[in-house]
Design a protein. Structure first.
Length: 125
């Protein structure tokens, strides 16, 4: 079945079954391998993408549920002001990660950074 997806600001036409998980469309059809398969049950966060700005587990999100929503993957995060700052900080501090969960962490931090104006403090609650 044909679908048109808006991914990272670009339109992509795909022809897949309507119950295909978004994760596999991104990776296998569009070749965007930054989004990872982890558990397949939406528990680990390795497959996290943003759909209209909301963190969403792509392993359980079927392609027919996307509609006209904007999908943002880890490949596009560096193009946002918050994402660029977070990527720079991770590089500056040589953050060590296995490669799976850091995508979810960066996406989550970018989402939070665009919604709050937190000021850094030297104490934690």
């Amino acid at each position: 079945m044909p679908f048109t997806l808006k991914v990272n600001g670009d339109s992509h036409s795909v022809d897949v079954d309507d119950d295909t998980p978004l994760l596999w469309v991104l990776r296998d059809v569009l070749g965007m391998t930054g989004t990872k398969f982890g558990c397949g049950m939406a528990l680990c966060g390795a497959c996290t993408v943003h759909i209209d700005g909301a963190a969403t587990r792509s392993c359980i999100t079927t392609i027919d549920s996307i509609g006209t929503s904007q999908i943002t993957t880890i490949e596009a995060i560096g193009g946002t002001p918050a994402g660029a700052k977070i990527q720079k900080a991770w590089l500056d501090h040589e953050v060590v990660q296995c490669g799976y969960c850091h995508r979810s962490c960066r996406l989550r931090r970018c989402w939070q950074a665009t919604r709050t104006r937190a000021t850094p403090t030297s104490t934690r609650p």
